[in-house]
Ligand binder design. Structure first.
Ligand code: FAD
Length: 570
């Protein structure tokens, strides 16, 4: 039997991993990779750090060269060769040699599409001015570096506060630029729930980054062809000598669309579980595809390196006739910004609400990354989301300086294995004081959630606070309460609670808070056993500051005071 000929479009994350896996499975196959850029297999995730000079040697971004592909894997990589079209009937692709300008055809038995995604460039006035950049390739990052150096840039605007936007903000600040982020949503890091993103927002401000939320750039102004400022919807005019657009990416699916392959609702290529497209001889992987959201089951577009690499392997297995199945994405992701780690996995609360799924609950906690008595412990903020009806873990988000990604990875894997909060409660994780806690944050999250299932505590919903009609009781110490409290709350320190039960109403719901949620849990247990109807404000005052940074509307506070026990007594 003659060997099969596999052609791959795109030679970076998905394409390169597919090619290398194919070779390991089939020594006879002819494998040719077409890459329109100058480099295959480069580290796109490292580009912001090259701009920030954390990685100063550009060569370090090259994970593998065409020579290595040739010598180690017997794979031919043709860089600066762009695939222009597919002829599915004849199983041929049309390729342009970008150096020579010549166009030729190549035949395939199997074709893999991994052309990635393209950064969005909204058609705004002035978008083509010099100094307005997107970031996707090594040449892009080289151009940004040269621009900053050449024009001694001082003021940078980052449009979009997602992963790449935040990484760019940090790296531009590292180069000494004054950075402003303009974000259309009312929060940075849109995949996070808003209250969790508030921790990131505050951290950006502390690090001297200006952040314009719920605002959008409407035009770029320039002089002599170069950008000098941007104007926003709110009327702000912000000086800028360099602008980075990081407003999202779109699947690079034009080739597939022109060839009549099925696309999904987000414009990405539709594939089955083995990454096969609607054409049985064509597979697609990476940022160009739409895959199933492992939690909601909906098709989604999640442009991340991990799924791209795994899908490349799966397509290779399928092409070689092995059983292979991609089980969907959970969008497990991590981002570092000014020493803060932001990580998430699975469903967010807002994603569930969008999917009209109300069968969930969330708990918040603020554990330290390792035993607090051991030097250097730092607090993290963790939100766990689980199914209200059966405790299935649905998602988690965490923000903190240390140990954050480890906890999210554990929870990510728990989600993949269909675990419940009871599994998290019992998970056996490694511990020594400098690394963790005997009750690891993952265990604690499981315990807090499991307490809810056992009926030991009812959970108050932060979103319902303004209209809850409950009496708010803060059980922190008086000194803590004086430093700031939830609007309308009264203070009864936990250690005085048993003696002061008479002050509390038996005909009204009581919502209890402390600083982080632990003392309020103890208080709830006391109150419940004395016959009071109570709910715990999970996450405590710490959460209040991020849920309601501007406090409650004045009318709600007045109403809460009207119902306070002191008022009733008077
Ligand atoms: P790519 O890796 O983009 O490769 C596609 C290649 O196809 C490109 O080189 C392109 O030139 C080539 N191509 C396109 N069309 C054609 C054509 N017609 N003919 C020939 N070649 C073509 N993900 C994470 O998980 N973590 C991170 O920290 C992270 N950081 C990132 C930082 C930046 C700045 C960027 C840009 C991305 C980052 N990502 C990160 C996303 C991650 O890089 C992508 O999800 C991943 O590279 C997708 O792999 P892919 O193979 O689908 O596409």
């Amino acid at each position: 039997m003659s060997s099969k000929r596999v052609l791959i479009v795109g030679g970076v994350a998905g394409g390169a991993s597919c090619a290398a896996r194919l070779r390991r499975l089939d020594e006879q196959a002819e494998i040719v990779v077409f890459e329109k850029g100058p480099y295959p297999s480069f580290a796109n995730c490292g580009l912001p750090y090259y701009i920030g000079d954390v990685i100063s040697d550009e060569a370090k971004l090259l994970v593998a060269t065409p020579e290595l592909f040739r010598s180690r894997f017997n794979i031919e990589v043709r860089t600066e060769h762009e695939v222009l079209g597919l002829n599915r009937g004849e199983r041929k692709i049309q390729v342009k040699d970008l150096r020579k300008g010549s166009v030729y055809e190549e035949a395939y038995d199997a074709l893999v599409l991994s052309p990635g995604a393209v950064p969005a460039r909204p058609p705004l006035p002035g978008i083509d001015l010099e100094g307005v950049f997107t970031l996707r390739t090594i040449p892009d990052s080289r151009a940004i570096r040269a621009w900053i150096q050449g024009f001694q840039s001082r003021n940078a605007i980052v449009v979009g506060g997602g992963f790449i936007g935040l990484e760019m903000a940090e790296n531009l600040a590292r180069r000494g630029l004054k950075v402003t982020i303009v974000e259309m949503f009312d929060q940075v890091m849109p995949p996070l729930d808003r209250e969790m993103a508030e921790y990131v927002y505050v951290h950006l401000l502390k690090n001297h980054v200006s952040v314009h939320l719920a605002d959008a750039v409407v035009r770029f102004n320039g002089s002599e062809g170069r950008v000098t400022s941007v104007e926003t919807r709110s009327g702000a005019r912000i000086q800028a000598d360099v602008v980075i657009l990081s407003v999202g990416v779109k699947p690079e699916s034009q080739l597939a669309k022109n060839a009549g392959l099925y696309l999904g609702p987000h414009g990405g290529i539709r594939v089955d579980e083995s990454m096969r497209t609607s054409d049985p001889c064509i597979w697609a992987v990476g940022d160009v595809v739409e895959v199933k959201d492992a939690i909601t089951g909906e098709l989604c577009f999640v442009p991340l390196a991990g799924p791209a690499n795994r899908q490349g392997r799966i397509a290779a297995d399928a092409i070689c006739g092995r059983p292979a199945r991609f089980r969907g994405v959970q969008a497990t992701a991590v981002c570092g910004v000014f020493g803060l780690t932001v990580a998430m996995t699975g469903a967010s609360e807002k994603r569930l609400l969008q999917a009209k799924d109300a069968d969930y609950a969330a708990v918040y906690l603020h554990p330290t990354d390792h035993a607090s008595y051991y030097p250097g412990a730092s607090e993290m903020h963790l939100k766990l989301i689980f199914r209200r009806s059966d405790g299935l873990v649905l998602g988690a988000q965490a923000v903190g300086e240390k140990g954050v990604e480890r906890r999210i990875d554990v929870i990510s894997f728990a989600i993949q294995k269909g675990s419940t909060v009871f599994d998290l409660e019992e998970a056996e994780l490694c511990y020594a004081p400098q690394f963790g806690m005997a009750k690891d944050p993952v265990n604690l999250a499981g315990m807090v959630a499991a307490n809810f299932f056992r009926g030991d505590v009812r959970l108050a919903k932060w979103a319902e606070l303004p209209n809850c009609g409950a009496l708010l009781v803060d059980v922190r110490e008086e000194e803590e309460f004086k430093r700031g409290s939830i609007d309308g709350a009264i203070n009864i320190p936990l250690d005085q609670l048993r003696q002061r039960l008479r002050e509390l109403p038996r005909d009204r719901l009581i919502w209890v808070n402390c600083a982080r949620g632990q003392r309020s849990y103890y208080a709830v247990r006391i109150l419940q056993q004395h016959g009071f109807a109570t709910h715990n404000l999970s996450g405590g005052y710490n959460l209040w500051e991020v849920w309601y940074p501007d406090g409650l509307p004045a009318s709600e506070v007045a109403q809460a005071e009207e119902h306070s026990p002191q008022k009733r007594a008077a």
